[in-house]
Design a protein around this ligand. Structure first.
Ligand code: DC
Length: 240
């Protein structure tokens, strides 16, 4: 069964989606990391991000692998490098590139075939897996997301200003929402979970409850399938 989790930046999707996959014994796909890898690969190869054709060619040719929480780009560990602010600032043009999106969605579908998996991003329930059995739209108010980001930065001793973080978050939201393809919108058949008033533990508990109830609807009340998620033993190559 495929569980999709979509929502805006800063809603806490990544961390909770990964924990949900672990709790269920499902595999996990961080699709934002895929766009981040393509952005980094272009930068490494000095490909201008505005050159849509060359960027698409990079996307078609890179090897992106996930292994036990580590992200490998053409065999090199880029887990931290893809989270650097320069990637977050530049990624817009790559995520807006239609040919890149097509290539990423194709790789996501291929990867998800026949799997029990949680996939997380912006367009998973709408474009990549429109037939997913369980779709969640995880959100929080812009103010709450900005507050969490400020707290996260300050906990790492990084100075952070609430107003400027809120402003850049609103700008990113608007861009993600108005992208012509793969825009951030809740699938009509998704369950919306607003996390403003919830701790991460509460969000996780609610997600587990939602998935279990979907699973029971699909398989009947005696469905008890459980399997190892192969942690640490499997490398998944997303290259098409
Ligand atoms: O979730 P994230 O912050 O790692 O995502 C990075 C960027 O990639 C973000 O600007 C939106 C984009 N993205 C997308 O367009 N489609 C996805 N499925 C996942 C991420």
């Amino acid at each position: 069964m495929i569980v999709t989790i979509d929502g805006p930046a800063g809603a806490g999707k990544s961390s909770v989606a990964r924990k949900l996959a672990d709790a269920l014994g499902y595999e996990f796909l961080d699709t934002g990391a895929m766009y981040r890898c393509v952005t980094l690969a272009c930068m490494n190869q000095s490909v201008s991000l505005s050159d849509t054709e060359r960027v698409a060619a990079v996307a078609r040719n890179v090897s992106i692998q996930f292994f036990n929480g580590i992200v490998l780009l053409d065999g090199v560990d880029v887990t931290d490098a893809i989270r650097e602010p320069n990637i977050s600032q530049a990624i817009k043009e790559v995520a807006d590139n239609l040919a890149v999106r097509e290539c990423m969605v194709e790789a996501q579908r291929k990867w998800g075939q026949g799997k029990d998996a949680v996939t997380e991003g912006r367009d998973q329930g709408t474009v990549a897996f429109p037939d997913a059995a369980c779709k969640i739209f995880l959100t929080a108010s812009a103010e709450e997301r900005a507050r969490r980001r400020v707290a996260q930065l300050r906990s790492k001793q990084i100075a952070a200003d609430f107003e400027s973080i809120l402003a850049s978050q609103l700008e990113r939201d608007e861009h993600d929402r108005t992208r012509p393809v793969g825009a951030l919108i809740a699938a009509p058949d998704s369950i919306r979970l607003d996390t403003d008033q919830l701790s991460e533990e509460q969000v996780l508990a609610e997600l587990i409850r939602i998935v279990q109830s979907k699973r029971q609807n699909q398989q009947g009340p005696h469905f008890t399938k459980h399997r190892q998620n192969g942690k640490g033993s499997e490398v998944r190559d997303l290259a098409p």
